[in-house]
Design a protein around this ligand. Structure first.
Ligand code: PLZ
Length: 452
C-alpha cells in the first residue's frame, strides 16, 4: 500500500532504501523546513529536536528524510531500533496482529503473545531463579513499577539512584534522574525519599566503591533502603562504564542488606552492549530488571522482570495499566527477540563495538580534544575536553551539528553535555560505520583547525 504525504511516497518496501549516505539539499531541506514551521506553531519547544529533518522512511543503517537526504543512523532512535527501523520480522508480525485485533487490555481479556514476551524476559534476563514479568508502555513506567514492587516487598521507603543517572520523565523517573537541565528544572517538588549516591566514573576519577557504599551506609542507612536503582552503564549520563567490580560490589551490598537491586537496562538491554543485558558483563544478577526501548523494535513497550518472591508479595490488582503489553507491541517484541537470536545480533553488536573503538582510539591519538573513548558493544562514546581536561560542551555541540550537516546522525549525552555517543542499529553495514567515522574525522579536523 502506498500513500502520498507532502509529495513523498511512503510505504515502500524497506529493502528499497539504498544503504548509502546521500545529501540532495542543504540540511534541513525545504520540505523539512516547512514542516518545522508547522511543528513550531503546533508543538511546544519544550519537546526538543536533535536534527530538524522529518523522517520519511528508515531501514538498516539509513534514515531518509522528506527531502530525500539519507543519513547514516548512529542513533537508532535512542537505542530503540536495534534490529532496524523496518525489520522484516517486525513488519510481518505487527501487520498480522493489527489485522487480527489491536487491543483488548490484558487485564480484561488476556492474549498469548503477552505471556510469551514475559516468558522470554524470564528466560533471557540474568539469573536462573524463579522470575515473573509484566508489561508497561515505556522505560519510565518500568522504573516506576520496579520501585513500587521494591517498596511493597520490603516495607521500606528509601530509593537510591546515582549521579549521572537517567530514569525517565515521570515524577519518580524525574526524581531519580541526576541532571536538572533540562529534565527537572521548574518541575518540582520531586518524589520524597530519593537519595543520590556517587556513580563510578573512571575517567573523572569519581565514585569508587568505597565512596558509594559509605554514602549508602552513612547518609541513607541500609535499613531504610527499599531499592537501589542503577544503570549498568550510564546512558544519558554519557555512556559511563563503571570501574570493574563496582556494580558487583554494589550488588553484594544490596544482598547483604536486604535491599532490592533494580537494574535499569532500558538503554543497555537487548544486545546493545554485546550481551542480552549489560549486567552480564559484570556477572551481576539483579533482583528486578527494567527494560523498554529495543525490546519493542520501535513499538512502545516496557518490561519489569522481578524475583518471583518479591513481586508475589504485591496484592492482586496492584499493578497494571490500560495499554501495557499492547498486542502490537508484543508481536513486535517477539519478532525482535527472534531476530536477535536468529541473526546473531549479539555477535554483531560486539563487532560494531570493536570497529568503532578501533577507529575512535586511533582518532584520539591525533586529537587531544578526545579525552576518553569508551563503551561496550554497540554502545560507544567519546568525551570531548578542553586543554585542561574540562568538559567541552560547545565543541561537542558543534561537532554533532557538523556531522548532521554531513549526513551522519549522532547524538550527544553526558551530565556536562560533552559526550558524543554512537548507538547504531545492529543491522548497519561496516561500510556505513566506516564512512561515518571518516566523516567524524573530517569534521574534527575542520573544527580543530578553525579558530573558535
Ligand atoms: N531509563 C536508562 O535511557 C530513556 C530519553 C529521551 P522512556 N532514555 C532516552 C528523553 O529525552 O526523554 C531512558 C533511559 C533509561 C529510563 C528511560 C526512560 O525511558 O521510554 O523514555 O520513558
Amino acid at each position: 500500500m502506498r500513500r502520498e504525504t507532502a509529495g513523498y511516497v511512503v510505504g515502500m518496501e524497506p529493502s528499497d532504501l539504498p544503504q548509502q549516505r546521500r545529501l540532495v539539499t542543504p540540511v534541513p531541506g525545504p520540505r523539512s523546513q516547512q514542516l518545522m514551521e508547522r511543528r513550531r506553531a503546533a508543538i511546544p519547544a519544550a519537546v526538543g529536536t536533535t536534527l530538524p529533518v522529518f523522517a520519511a522512511r528508515a531501514s538498516g543503517g539509513i534514515v531518509e528524510d522528506v527531502d530525500g537526504n539519507r543519513f547514516i543512523d548512529l542513533a537508532a532512535g535512542i537505542a530503540v531500533t536495534s534490529v532496524g527501523s523496518s525489520a522484516p520480522r517486525v513488519v510481518d508480525a505487527v501487520t498480522a496482529q493489527v489485522a487480527a485485533f489491536t487491543h483488548t487490555c490484558f487485564q480484561v481479556t488476556p492474549y498469548e503473545s503477552y505471556v510469551e514476551v514475559c516468558e522470554a524476559l524470564n528466560r533471557l534476563t540474568p539469573g536462573d531463579h524463579s522470575k515473573r514479568s509484566f508489561l508497561v508502555n515505556s522505560g519510565a513506567e518500568a522504573v516506576e513499577n520496579a520501585v513500587k514492587i521494591a517498596r511493597s516487598a520490603t516495607g521500606r521507603q528509601a530509593v537510591v539512584a546515582f549521579d549521572h543517572g537517567f530514569h525517565g520523565r515521570t515524577l519518580m523517573g524525574m526524581s531519580l534522574t541526576g541532571k536538572v537541565m533540562p529534565y527537572k528544572q521548574g518541575f518540582g517538588p520531586f518524589a520524597p525519599e530519593v537519595y543520590r549516591a556517587p556513580y563510578s566514573y573512571p575517567y573523572r576519577g569519581t565514585g569508587d566503591l568505597t565512596a558509594t557504599l559509605a554514602f549508602l551506609d552513612k547518609t541513607v542507612g541500609a535499613a531504610n533502603v527499599a531499592a537501589v536503582v542503577v544503570e549498568p552503564i550510564a546512558g544519558e549520563g554519557g555512556f559511563i562504564v563503571p570501574a570493574p567490580g563496582w556494580l558487583a560490589g554494589l550488588a553484594e551490598w544490596c544482598r547483604t542488606n536486604g535491599v532490592v537491586l533494580v537494574a535499569d537496562e532500558v538503554q543497555t538491554g537487548f544486545a546493545r552492549t554485546g550481551a542480552w543485558f549489560a549486567c552480564e558483563h559484570e556477572g551481576v544478577v539483579p533482583d528486578i530488571v527494567a527494560t523498554a526501548k529495543a525490546l519493542g523494535g520501535g513499538l512502545p513497550i516496557g518490561g519489569i522482570t522481578a524475583r518471583a518472591d518479591l513481586v508475589d508479595k504485591v496484592h492482586p490488582g496492584g499493578l497494571g495499566g490500560t495499554f501495557g503489553g499492547n498486542p502490537l507491541a508484543c508481536a513486535s517484541a517477539l519478532a525482535v527477540i527472534e531476530t536477535i537470536e536468529t541473526d546473531g545480533l549479539l555477535e554483531r553488536s560486539r563487532h560494531i563495538g570493536e570497529l568503532l573503538l578501533d577507529r575512535l582510539t586511533a582518532l584520539a591519538t591525533s586529537y587531544d580534544a578526545i579525552g576518553d573513548v569508551r563503551g561496550r558493544g554497540a554502545m560507544v562514546a567519546i568525551e570531548l575536553v578542553d586543554g585542561n581536561g574540562a568538559p567541552n560542551a560547545s565543541l561537542t555541540a558543534r561537532v554533532a551539528a557538523a556531522c548532521h550537516a554531513e549526513g551522519v546522525l549522532v547524538l550527544t549525552a553526558g551530565s556536562y553535555g560533552n559526550v558524543l555517543r554512537f548507538l547504531p542499529p545492529l543491522v548497519i553495514s561496516d561500510e556505513l560505520l566506516d564512512e561515518a567515522m571518516t566523516v567524524l574525522e573530517k569534521v574534527l579536523a575542520t573544527e580543530m583547525s578553525s579558530d573558535h
